[in-house]
Design a protein around this ligand. Structure first.
Ligand SMILES: Nc1nc2c(ncn2[C@@H]2O[C@H](COP(=O)(O)OP(=O)(O)OP(=O)(O)O)[C@@H](O)[C@H]2O)c(=O)[nH]1
Length: 454
């Protein structure tokens, strides 16, 4: 797409180059560097534009903004790098459509209040750089304003720093830049005015074609190009992502967050499952005997508590049968420990198969077992024990000899500890062993008739 018409291109070709005047001291917008080259935000714009119109833009040197204004008036420059449209310039200067906007701000000493409305400080005295359009704009808006011109921003800032005037007015980037440049650190931006610089290319009234050309060039300058230039100098990212980019950015962020959450959830879920399995295993280990799979002492004790509670509420008692394989040491010695283990396991299976569902069989020690007969009196327990005794002595175990067991039996009495009940069963078992084994002895104090059986 050709930016310029044929007539405009011919015009530029004949002109060969465009003469530009600038403000030598208005960084970061524009200035002249130590090599006497044009520098600043505007210089980047002009480099860009010079490419667009394939015509060199050459700097005409001046020592001040005032002098630059004079040069263009006299026809020694074609354009002013940046200029505001103010009435006093209209006889000799045209302006393009603006290409950057910046509000004016006030720099004061740090102890002054923040200026919310400019009217609040209208009685104060201000300074601004000579020839700047802002002076005219402010005087136009506030006819009584006390504003003086200074030759440079440095001079203006110094006057504020030394307390000779209240405020220096310029744009925020200029104030910041100049303060840094001149090592003036004790000032602050106290307020931003609702008056802004709308900066255009100033074109000499002698060059009407150039006005059209620069209007086209400005219209052709994309937001991205504009932002790139500003970003270079102001270190600010003006980039507004377009809707699509913003959508994908947000979408990616949401997807990423969801992936992280899902990953964490899966990990936690996996850990929890492992923990649950471990807990179940631990619970099992803590309650069951590893050889026989019967309840261990801990599980038996838990059940004792339940039964004791039940007994106190229902006045129904429960009984314990403590039983021990006879001459088991001899089995181990004769057949070996593994065979002994098998006998213990077979014995456990037998016991488990013969008790009621409510009863609990547990391994009390090596070859010693305990049966908790829930809601059962000593007589009921005695019947079970007798039944078991007969089964054991007739059952064929994995050893070719008769196996027998001895039984001690006790009934829980309200008020006693479970230790007492166990002790009485243990004493009874001792008696059963001493009396010749393969028999049941009911704890002494539980006897209401001779219940020793052979
Ligand atoms: N194989 C095997 N033997 C065990 C286990 N626990 C205990 N024993 C053995 O069982 C035997 C018990 O011996 P004792 O306490 O002398 O009793 P006993 O030989 O059964 O004689 P009485 O009980 O007086 O009839 C010991 O030799 C223990 O080593 C076990 O888990 N497996």
């Amino acid at each position: 797409e050709v930016l310029l018409s044929q007539a405009e291109q011919d015009f530029l070709a004949e002109k060969q180059f465009i003469k530009l005047c600038t403000d030598p001291d208005w960084l970061p917008y524009e200035g002249i560097d130590e090599n006497h080259e044009f520098t600043g935000i505007m210089s980047d714009f002009y480099a860009l534009w010079s490419d667009k119109i394939t015509t060199p833009i050459e700097l005409v040197h001046s020592n001040s903004w005032q002098q630059s204004l004079q040069l263009i008036r006299n026809g020694e420059c074609d354009i002013l790098s940046s200029a505001m449209d103010v009435p006093s310039r209209r006889d000799w200067l045209n302006v393009t459509t603006p290409y950057i906007f910046y509000p004016l701000a006030i720099a004061t000493q740090p102890d002054h209040e923040f200026v919310v409305k400019f009217e609040q400080v209208l009685d104060r005295d201000f300074v601004m750089v000579e020839g700047y359009a802002g002076i005219e704009m402010l005087r136009d808006r506030y006819p009584d304003i006390k504003i003086e011109a200074v030759t440079s921003s440095r001079e203006g800032l110094k006057l504020v720093e030394t307390g000779q005037v209240y405020g220096f007015i310029d744009t925020v980037p200029t104030i910041n830049f100049q303060m840094l440049r001149w090592g003036i650190s004790h000032l602050k931006i106290s307020g931003v005015l609702d008056i802004q610089y709308a900066m255009s290319v100033g074109v000499s009234v002698r060059e009407p074609q150039l006005l059209e050309i620069f209007n086209k060039v400005i219209a052709d300058t994309t937001d991205l190009e504009r932002q790139r230039v500003l970003k270079n100098w102001l270190s600010l990212d003006y980039k507004q992502p377009d809707d699509k980019a913003l959508f994908w950015l947000l979408f990616s962020a949401v997807v990423l967050i969801m992936m992280v959450l899902i990953y964490r959830y899966t990990k936690i879920h996996h850990h929890n499952r492992k923990l649950r399995q471990l807990n179940t295993r631990l619970e099992h280990i803590s309650q069951y005997d590893h050889l026989t799979g019967l309840a261990n002492r801990y599980a038996l004790h838990q059940r004792f508590n339940v039964e004791m509670d039940l007994a106190s509420q229902t006045l129904q008692t429960f009984s314990l049968i403590l039983l021990d394989l006879d001459f088991f040491k001899d089995i181990n010695d004769t057949y070996g420990h593994d065979v002994g283990d098998n006998v213990i396991k077979e014995f456990a299976v037998l016991l488990q198969s013969m008790v009621r569902e409510n009863d609990l069989v547990g391994r009390w020690g090596g070859e010693e077992f305990l049966i908790l007969c829930s809601q059962t009196s000593k007589n009921g327990a005695f019947q079970l024990a007798e039944h078991l005794r007969l089964q054991v002595q007739t059952m064929g175990f994995s050893v070719d000899r008769q196996i027998t067991a001895s039984f001690g039996l006790s009934e829980y009495r309200q008020g006693e500890t479970i230790g007492d009940t166990i002790k009485r069963a243990d004493d009874a078992l001792y008696l059963a062993k001493n009396n010749g084994r393969n028999q049941i002895v009911m704890a002494d104090s539980d006897l209401d008739e001779s219940t020793t059986k052979h």
